[in-house]
Design a protein around this ligand. Structure first.
Ligand code: BGC
Length: 827
């Protein structure tokens, strides 16, 4: 059977990764024995300047363009340390395997894949001379619209902890220093550098901390502290976070680095537990030296931080005499691309299927494909997790290859619009075509009028040369902004956020804003450009008019009408640096889906988003496949799933709400905050816990995901033990396809809540991803750890097991739990 061969391919790619891991571990085995005496001897020979050079970032003389650089001490044979992002693959100026976004990895519910991911990324980092990987990021998905949700591990702390722990193991065993980030409570992008998070300790302990603790238990070498404040104190100088919890309680022995620009002081930060300021040394450079010279900081405190860094360098073998950089070959490149494909396949979530999927070959042959991202794949999110892929599939080509001929394609919407005709632009100061090249250092401005042919919503766009990327300082970057009728509508040239992730067909960044223009009215338009100090800037104004939009919509509907099925690709860009304002699809994609679905009842929607979206059209389409940002092999994965060469098996790591207002953070004091503060007053009722507690029905619940086969659950037995619960049940693949199920175990809140505390109705307490042949049954054992049954007692300031009995439920999603038993929490 077709799906069977897919499993075999997967097994071989995992085997290869396991081999890579074994080789890397063997190479690191000796170095893992850290030589504290050697490190102390080195510190004993260092000058104060040399010591301080470890405590902050520097310019990389080789411009390898990772995220950060520590020079080392050549005279003591201590090599440099290079730090690169990140969560979806190695981000430098070179290409690397672009893996699916972490949200897709999380949707696999597979610690094995997470570990394999870590091993693969570690070897690519080392091959690019990067020894520190700035991943995984594991801030809880608290705000469903938050820009970086694609980059993290979902809304459930246990799921995140398991996958983060496995990722860290893979990275560290693979010979790099992993960096878990951003500690802590960096749960939105809006005001991320200043926001003061007011959160109670129990919520931190039960919701935000578990994956960080799992990273520490897995041996993470570095922790990155967050931009925001927690309880009024900056995370990067917060003794509660960096000392009490991280070091004293969890026993973390690595180093803490600041997020880029998140350091606010020298002595207080160092004393609180910060070891390394990134990306430069505004505080832990000259200022620290001055503080040391004045005696405000003891040299022993500086030594302590240097020691923490050197110990981690020693652990990965950097202080050994010769460290060979692993070479990369075709076999490995292929294995990593195959792994990216496996993660994309296993993380994709089939949200709805009225029987149309998998597409019958005859239907697929004649299907029409709609939407720009079918051809220009949205393979990853934006910001520091962006990776330059080594190659890139697109769904349209992969589907056409299946069909055996180029499928009919309709754009549906044009992301880059079209150029503004010179006739609608006018000016007192000469003509303007909407396009210009700005030479180095020659800032300029153009001011005039734009006169629209018809009243309506237009998207005005500014398209410009990509900013110089990682290597370029902000001051050297070109910037431009657009004002309409005296109001600034576009601010172009920000490093993250603002522009679309998909560039124009000629490679320009593209940033747009929807505005209302009145027919025949002269609207004042002003374009101001600050030239780049290092490169000429190409700039262009473009727009999408109501006429263009109507034409593209009509073409898509007509093409859909003539076909047996329509596959519409819809997307939302998620990026570091900004949150979305709504969960609704942007660029009027809802209208596009409605128009196609009205023309063709066999409409399938493929989503490329990093977070939930609203689906007002859900009842009018036959199927919805959530591919997330599926990495560089995402096009192939999409086609494999639609055509039935692979069977969907991902499960939602986040709840999909039915409306924007249904979420736990719909009040402004919760998010984005009021007067610089945000209050986590929903407490532990985060994600699905919130919808369950409120008794509201989300669009799709946490843990949901369909398959081309069916699974039956039976025979639940639960045995209380000293270390938790032993849960046993039988899982049967009762359908016609081989496939994988994510069996989920939930535990209800205590029947009599202690200490007057609020508990979630139920929480995920264990899970197991199981692959079964058609017709096969298996007995599944899931251990529910004592911690999952416990709560953080604010009174005792410790974990406590609530008295009384608990309901244990087992099934295929948080809202499909056919098996239940009531048991005592402890024997
Ligand atoms: C991000 C970090 C990232 C760092 C370096 C910051 O803006 O918040 O996650 O590792 O940049 O690129």
């Amino acid at each position: 059977m077709a799906s069977r061969s897919r499993f075999l391919t997967k097994a071989s790619s995992l085997a290869l990764i396991a081999w890579t891991l074994a080789t890397a571990s063997a190479a690191q085995a000796d170095s893992a024995k850290v030589d504290g005496a050697k490190v102390d001897a080195l510190i004993g020979r260092m000058t104060l300047d040399e010591k301080i050079s470890f405590l902050h970032g520097h310019d990389d003389p080789q411009h390898l363009a990772g995220g950060g650089y520590i020079p080392g001490v050549p005279r003591l044979n201590i090599p440099p340390l290079r730090l690169a992002d990140g969560p979806a693959g190695v981000r430098t100026s070179r290409t690397a395997t672009a893996f699916p976004a972490p949200v897709a990895l999380t949707a696999t519910f597979s610690p094995d894949l997470a570990k394999a991911w870590g091993a693969a990324v570690a070897s690519e980092a080392l091959a690019r001379d990067q020894q520190v990987l700035l991943a995984p990021m594991t801030n809880n998905v608290r705000v469903p619209t938050a820009g970086r949700n694609f980059e993290t591990f979902g809304e459930d702390p246990l799921l995140a902890a398991r996958l983060v722990g496995a990722s860290v193991k893979g990275l560290q065993d693979g010979g790099v220093i992993a960096t878990v980030k951003h500690f802590a409570a960096n749960n939105q992008e809006t005001d991320r550098k200043t926001i003061d998070v007011q959160v109670d300790e129990r919520t931190l302990r039960e919701i935000e901390f578990p994956p960080f603790q799992a990273a520490v238990e897995a041996g993470v070498g570095a922790v990155m502290c967050a931009y925001n404040k927690v309880g009024g104190v900056a995370a990067c100088e917060n003794p509660f976070l960096l000392d009490k919890v991280l070091r004293q309680e969890w026993g973390f022995d690595g180093f803490v680095m600041s997020d880029w620009g998140a350091t606010h002081s020298a002595a207080p930060a160092l004393k609180a537990g910060l070891d390394m300021e990134m990306p430069r040394g505004k505080f832990l450079g000259e200022a620290l030296k001055a503080a040391a010279t004045k005696g405000e900081v003891k040299e022993a405190d500086i030594d302590r931080s240097v020691r923490r860094i050197l110990i981690q360098m020693d652990k990965i073998g950097l202080l050994a005499d010769a460290t060979a950089r692993p070479a990369e070959d075709e076999v490995q490149r292929k294995a990593h691309a195959d792994l990216a494909l496996d993660i994309a396949l296993e993380g994709a979530v089939l949200l709805k299927n009225d029987g149309i999927l998998p597409l019958a070959p005859a239907v697929l042959k004649q299907a029409v494909v709609v939407g720009p991202t079918a051809k220009r794949a949205l393979f990853g999110g934006g910001g520091s997790a962006e990776v330059k892929p080594t190659a890139l599939d697109n769904p349209y080509d992969a589907l056409s290859a299946d069909a055996g001929a180029a499928l009919v394609f309709a754009e549906g919407l044009r992301l880059e619009g079209e150029s503004i005709p010179a006739a609608v632009l006018s000016s007192d100061i000469g003509s303007f075509t909407g396009a210009m090249t700005i030479e180095k250092s020659q800032s300029s401005a153009w001011e005039g009028w734009i006169t629209a042919p018809e009243t309506g919503d237009y998207e005005l766009m500014l398209q410009f040369t990509p900013v110089g990327g990682l290597a370029l300082a902000e001051a050297d970057r070109g910037m431009a902004d657009v004002e309409l009728d005296g109001k600034r509508i576009i601010e172009g040239g920000r490093l993250f956020g603002g522009s679309r992730l998909i560039k124009t067909s000629d490679g320009l960044l593209n940033q747009g804003q929807i505005v209302r223009l009145e027919a025949g009215v002269r609207h004042r338009l002003k374009l101001t450009v600050k030239a780049s100090a290092v490169e000429p800037l190409r700039l262009r104004l473009a727009w999408t008019t109501p006429v263009l939009r109507r034409r593209l919509l009509a073409e898509a509907a007509a093409a859909a009408k003539a076909a047996p099925a329509a596959i519409v690709f819809a997307h939302v860009e998620g990026t570091e640096g900004e949150d979305n304002r709504t969960l609704a699809l942007p660029y009027r994609q809802d209208e596009l889906i409605e128009a196609v679905a009205a023309a063709n009842p066999n409409t399938v929607v493929v989503l490329n988003t990093g977070a939930p979206v609203l689906m007002p059209w859900i009842d009018r389409v036959k199927a919805v496949l959530q591919m997330w940002y599926p990495g560089q092999r995402g096009g192939q994965a999409t086609a494999d799933l639609l055509a039935g060469r692979a069977n969907p098996s991902g499960r939602l790591p986040v709840t999909f709400p039915a409306t924007d207002n249904q979420t736990a953070v719909a009040q402004p004091e919760r998010s984005p905050g009021v007067d610089g503060r945000q209050t986590y007053s929903e407490g532990v009722r985060v994600g699905y816990r919130w919808y369950d507690a409120e008794g509201v029905k989300p669009l799709f619940p946490f843990g949901h995901g369909l398959s081309y086969t069916r699974f039956d659950y039976s025979g639940l037995k639960v045995t209380p033990a000293a270390d938790g619960l032993d849960v046993v049940f039988t899982l049967r693949n009762a359908g016609p396809w081989d496939g994988a199920e994510v069996a989920q175990v939930y535990v209800d809140g205590p029947t009599t809540p202690p200490e007057g505390l609020v508990f979630a109705p139920r929480i995920l307490a264990g899970f197991e991803r199981v692959t079964l042949r058609a017709g096969e049954s298996r007995e599944i054992r899931v251990k529910v750890a004592r911690r999952e049954l416990s709560y953080w007692s604010p009174r005792a300031k410790a974990w406590r097991l609530p008295p009384g009995s608990r309901h244990v439920r087992v099934g295929g999603s948080s809202r499909d739990l056919p098996l239940v038993l009531e048991v005592k929490s402890a024997p």
